[in-house]
Design a protein around this ligand. Structure first.
Ligand SMILES: *[C@@H]1O[C@H](CO)[C@@H](O)[C@H](O)[C@H]1NC(C)=O
Ligand SMILES: *[C@@H]1O[C@H](CO)[C@@H](O)[C@H](O)[C@H]1NC(C)=O
Ligand SMILES: *[C@@H]1O[C@H](CO)[C@@H](O)[C@H](O)[C@H]1NC(C)=O
Length: 469
């Protein structure tokens, strides 16, 4: 246990781990028992357990609420935590759970419970782990010419964090104290923000040190997934002090030691980028004819006649994907076609399927608008997929082998004792992965592989050969 005084407030850190051994070998140990974590970050609730020999664990679960008379509800089934919980323990002694994308309302006491195959063989580990989730906020105190900034949290962050300070979106300084070391003079344009090292992307909102409005940039999306060949709009809103005029706005995707290059001057984007705006306070970067190589992070910068917005904060990450049909075996005699992308397309698109180049009918089933389609396994038809409004950007077609042919080398007369190579070729997508060679009137296959070499030919080898793709 450690005691520390901060001002007049006495802060007590409870760091000792209490191993509470229940009766007869039941125990659950939480290390640590209290955690303060940043909003949007990931936390591990580390936990281990024991139970008496002779029991078999049937169910393990974490919960935060427990009514009387009923079993507590497994958090793994709670829609609030859908996609954010991972039980990475086992059924033996590890009960560690990971929660991602933390929200403030995740603040609670989490307890682990195990059920076994025997009557009365149930146990809940007390006292649980108390999780507090905090955002970061810059607090401004002090007089007109001499302000103090504090990076404040609602709980005491674990692991003595290093604080990072930003002025107008530009990295300024780092310190182990949550207070900014210099007193800040009052420029009306200046905004300040803080972050914790290792979590720079979770920086606090910017605050003005003087007045109501100052420099700020907010991107509409953190990430966008768009189709190769399509057009994307990446946009943001920005503010500045009303006394000053905006001198320049630009978008960029390369920044080294504060030097950035406007995208419209980059030859890779020649004629493919445009800047648009709807009001005085927004900007949109439009990139047309997207390529996979456009996948990167894009940021916005602006300058007023008094100050410049920096490049330290995250912008919008763009991922460009093509469409592809993946074929997997389904139930007896069927195949499932899945229209796959390398990222999850923004805006939940409607998928469209084509059979032999013809668009399949209006959505008759839910399956139609989903990214999967079930077809007969022996189908000789070709299939491709697209998403609505981008019909021209459809995937390459998949089809069964066709146009299968055989070539013989050397060609012409073959003498006894020499050797000959038969090569099979066939057009298919996905490409043929198995060729089998047969001799006419012989039921069992002679060989497999794209080429079949017959060495030391004798007269019995005479006959008709064919391959199967
Ligand atoms: C900057 O934008 C963020 C996000 O919209 C907002 O939370 C914050 O208050 C803004 N700060 C200023 C100084 O305008
Ligand atoms: C089969 O291959 C020949 C020669 O390569 C080509 O001319 C023909 O169009 C192909 N047929 C089909 C159905 O792909
Ligand atoms: C295959 O068998 C059929 C009937 O048994 C016979 O007529 C034919 O000549 C045979 N062909 C070859 C290439 O041996």
């Amino acid at each position: 246990m450690a005691l520390r005084t901060a001002g007049s407030v006495l802060v007590v850190f409870l760091w000792s781990v209490t191993v509470v051994l229940g009766q007869d070998g039941w125990s659950v140990t939480y290390t640590p028992q209290s955690i303060c974590a940043l909003k949007w970050s990931t936390v591990d609730l580390t936990c281990s357990y024991t139970y008496p020999s002779g029991y078999t664990v049937t169910t393990t679960l974490w919960f935060t609420k427990w009514g009387t008379g009923v079993e507590p509800k497994d958090l793994g089934q709670d829609p609030e935590y859908a996609g954010r919980l991972v039980y990475n323990g086992d059924k033996k002694n590890d009960c560690t759970m990971t929660i991602t994308d933390l929200r403030e309302r995740d603040s609670a006491t989490y307890k682990f419970r195990l059920l076994t195959d025997q009557e009365g063989g149930k146990y809940t580990g007390e006292p649980g782990v108390t999780l507090s989730v905090t955002g970061l906020q810059v607090k401004v105190t002090g007089g007109h010419q001499d302000k103090t900034l504090t990076c404040s949290t609602t709980c005491t962050l674990t692991d003595n964090p290093t604080y990072i300070w930003y002025k107008n979106g530009q990295h300024l300084d780092e310190s182990t104290s949550p207070q900014y070391k210099d007193s800040v003079s009052s420029n009306y344009e200046d905004s300040y923000s803080c972050a914790v090292k290792g979590h720079e992307n979770l920086h606090s909102p910017a605050v003005c040190v003087q007045g109501e409005s100052c420099m700020n940039v907010t991107y509409t999306h953190q990430s966008i997934c768009a189709l190769k060949g399509s057009t994307v709009d990446i946009s943001c809103f920005y503010t500045h002090h009303s006394w000053h005029n905006v001198a320049e706005v630009s978008w960029f995707n390369k920044w080294e030691s504060g030097v950035t290059k406007d995208l419209s001057l980059n030859p890779e984007y020649a004629d493919r980028v445009e800047y648009h705006r709807q009001t005085e306070k927004d900007s949109t970067l439009r990139i047309t004819d997207l390529r996979e190589s456009d996948s990167t992070e894009y940021k916005f910068r602006f300058t007023t006649d008094d100050a410049r917005w920096g490049s330290s904060f995250p912008g919008t990450t763009l991922t460009v994907t093509g469409l592809q049909v993946k074929v997997t075996p389904a139930a007896e005699g069927q195949k499932t076609l899945t229209c796959i992308t390398t990222c999850t397309l923004t805006d939940n698109p409607t998928y469209i399927w084509y059979k032999n180049g013809q668009r399949l009918d209006e959505p008759t089933s839910q399956q139609y608008s989903s990214n999967t389609l079930v077809v007969l396994g022996h189908s000789v038809d070709s299939y491709s997929c697209a998403v609505e409004h981008h019909e021209d950007l459809h995937s390459p077609a998949v089809y069964a082998p066709k146009n299968t042919s055989v070539s013989v080398s050397p060609s012409g007369e073959i003498v006894e004792g020499s050797s000959v190579t038969l090569t099979c070729s066939s057009d298919a997508n996905p490409p043929v992965d198995k060729y089998t060679w047969y001799k006419k009137n012989v039921t069992s296959p002679k060989a497999s592989g794209q080429s079949y070499i017959i060495t030391n030919i004798i007269s019995e080898d005479r006959g008709e050969y064919y391959c199967e793709a």
